[in-house]
Design a protein around this ligand. Structure first.
Ligand code: FUL
Length: 464
């Protein structure tokens, strides 16, 4: 007879993580999934996308600016954070910086005493949203741009925004590097910029074309590729890289964990323009973007630009709520939750790695197979024939991204039918397919970088 002590010593060890691995700040960021981007500044009032930096600061004059309205709208729409253009290429600072004269201080808005970053960060805290900042290194206004002194100015500006407004969850660096007011380009001191962020906001992820933490997805339409690795050969890239097409898929053999963030605007432009009111993306377009970003192992950074009043326009606000409703309807009932879920193999026959773990949300518990096993299948058996058209899978990414290739089949009238093939899974993969009425759904993992594991297996019937 085995004593209880001996039983515990026979438990299987968890799979060895396969590098590169996400950091704790990455794991917190992955969970955000969907969040808001806010482009706001003089461009809003000039109906333009890129300011020259010569704009009279007094053009910035919102008549009813209300960051609580933005934050409430975003919270109600299921967006989990906000990233604001604290400084766009025109150099205008939405906070009263000590390092430029081109800022809210030089406007009549709140008699020059206003601070958009303060208002927004307070509102984010009130509504439970994370707060992030976009700071364009390219500055078409600053007199020092194009000289080594500007690198110091930019670090001081960063320090201000990272120390005055509480916790900052993401710092967004644009790769653009054009000419400044004196016709010169800047050689950016990226290592110095990064170390300022690490010093004052150690939990913030840093975004750029080349990470170091989060990468641009290589397009501005909100689409990751179906094959999307969180891994990147990071050292071959820099902000403004001409090789940006590679960012859409990442690299299977990547050296670092640098997952993709998919940025896209709800309108044609990044800044508000009244003429684009009829062109706000439809719920169908937004859902398609959602499936191609969050559903393809990316995050969705959805730009919703405030109007000249300083409010999220009624059309955009309603569209965001309708988009939320559509997601709620699509993922209302997990049909796999009540099914009998089995696997061809379970790691060490140990309950801690049992297939039932995939029926619970979160990625702390998961199903896994033995070391050296690179292909395995899981199946969900329904009590009676069940119609579904969405499958959701998640890997326990704390073990690294592992799955390379899989296929989905359905047991219909006693016969297995192919439904859809897939490659990567990563943090989240949602598969869309024509409704199928099946007794069983089977996922066969055909290849993986290391013994596969899954933290989540869910299925839905989405009527939209
Ligand atoms: C680009 C910028 O040039 C656009 O104005 C916008 O801010 C977009 C998100 O990034 O590189």
């Amino acid at each position: 007879m085995l004593s209880p002590f001996m039983v515990t010593t026979f438990l299987a060890a968890p799979p060895t993580p396969i590098e590169p691995l996400p950091s704790p700040r990455h794991l917190a960021w992955h969970r955000l999934e969907t969040y808001a981007f806010v482009h706001f500044g003089p461009n809003t009032f000039m109906n333009q996308e890129w300011g020259s930096g010569r704009e009279d600061p007094s053009v910035f004059n919102p008549t009813a600016l209300d960051c609580r309205q933005w934050a409430k709208t975003f919270r109600d729409a299921g967006l989990n954070a906000v990233i604001i253009t604290a400084k766009h290429h025109d150099g205008f600072c939405l906070w009263p910086t000590d390092f430029s004269t081109h800022s809210v201080k030089a406007t009549s808005w709140k008699s020059g005493k206003g601070d958009v970053l303060k208002d927004l960060s307070d509102a984010c805290r009130e509504f439970g949203l994370k707060f992030g900042v976009y700071l364009s290194p390219w500055d078409r206004n600053h007199p020092t741009y194009g000289t080594p002194e500007y690198n110091v100015v930019f670090q001081e500006m960063l320090r201000e925004v990272l120390t005055r407004y509480g916790e900052v969850s993401e710092v967004w660096f644009d790769g653009a590097n054009g000419e400044g007011p004196n016709g010169k380009r800047q050689i950016y001191d990226w290592p110095a910029f990064h170390s300022v962020v690490r010093k004052y906001a150690p939990n913030a992820v840093i975004f750029s074309d080349a990470g170091p933490d989060i990468r641009w997805v290589g397009n501005e339409s909100g689409h990751a590729a179906e094959t999307n690795w969180c891994l990147l050969e990071r050292d071959r890239f820099y902000p403004g890289t001409p090789m940006y097409k590679e960012l859409t898929e990442g690299h299977e053999d990547g050296t670092h964990w640098v997952p993709a963030e998919c940025d896209v605007s709800i309108r044609p432009g990044w800044f508000y323009r009244e003429s684009e009111d009829p062109k706000v993306k439809t719920v169908e377009q937004l859902m398609d973007i959602y499936y191609r970003s969050v559903g393809q192992n990316g995050s969705l950074l959805l730009n919703v630009p405030p109007d000249k009043r300083g409010l999220i326009h009624e059309i955009d606000a309603q569209r965001l709520l309708d988009f939320k409703k559509a997601r709620d309807v699509a993922f209302a009932v997990d049909l796999v939750a009540k099914a009998k879920v089995t696997a061809t193999q379970t790691r060490g026959k140990d309950k801690r790695f049992a297939p039932a773990n995939m029926q619970k949300e979160g990625f702390d518990t998961y199903w896994a197979v033995d070391d050296g096993v690179l292909s395995a299948a899981i199946a969900a058996e329904f009590e009676s024939d069940t119609t579904l058209n969405r499958i959701l899978l998640q890997e326990p990414i704390q073990l690294g991204q592992r799955i390379r290739k899989f296929r989905v089949e359905a047991l219909v009238n006693g016969e297995w039918q192919p439904i859809v093939n897939g490659t990567t899974v990563g943090y989240k993969r949602i598969l869309r397919f024509r409704p199928v009425k099946a007794k069983k759904i089977r996922i066969t993992i055909e290849d993986a970088r290391a013994c596969p594991a899954l933290a989540r297996f869910a299925g839905y019937y989405s009527p939209i």
